[in-house]
Design a protein around this ligand. Structure first.
Ligand SMILES: [Zn+2]
Length: 138
């Protein structure tokens, strides 16, 4: 595959999230102390600071609604010049509205994207091992 786009780096804090993405599953960090989800994943809960963290698997059938979005007409990173304009959306998960995941909304006209629109998560393979979570209209 001829990918020029940056590949997200795995680190100690986000590895389960990206390992899940590579298997086309959504895995979200959850705090064992306050029971809040913590996304993007980090070394401690963003709400209470606890390091008692676990991971919840939302599987491969993930629905959400567009919470906010921008349409990008300029390539801001190398490798994106062939995919413009590009919709960059913050999507609220249907099963956990506190979790908001940023991704591109693909397979639709950027002008048709609306706040509140229903979307489904999809994964785009960017290398033989790596995949990126993205969104398509539901
Ligand atoms: Zn917490």
């Amino acid at each position: 595959m001829d990918n020029q786009k940056p590949i997200p780096l795995k680190n100690q804090d986000n590895q389960p999230y990206w390992d899940g993405a590579d298997r086309h599953e959504l895995i979200i960090q959850k705090c064992e102390s306050c029971q809040n989800y913590s996304h993007p994943p980090g070394p401690a809960c963003a709400k209470c600071g606890s390091t008692e963290l676990s991971w919840e698997n939302f599987g491969g059938d993930v629905k959400g609604t567009v919470y906010s979005y921008v349409i990008s007409y300029r390539p801001f990173l190398p490798g994106f010049q062939d995919s413009l304009p590009l919709v960059i959306a913050i999507v609220e998960l249907e099963k956990a509205p506190a979790v908001k995941i940023i991704g591109n909304v693909l397979e639709c006209n950027p002008e048709d994207v609306r706040i509140g629109m229903s979307v489904s998560m999809t994964w785009r393979d960017i290398t033989n091992e790596r995949a990126l979570p993205q969104w398509i209209p539901a």
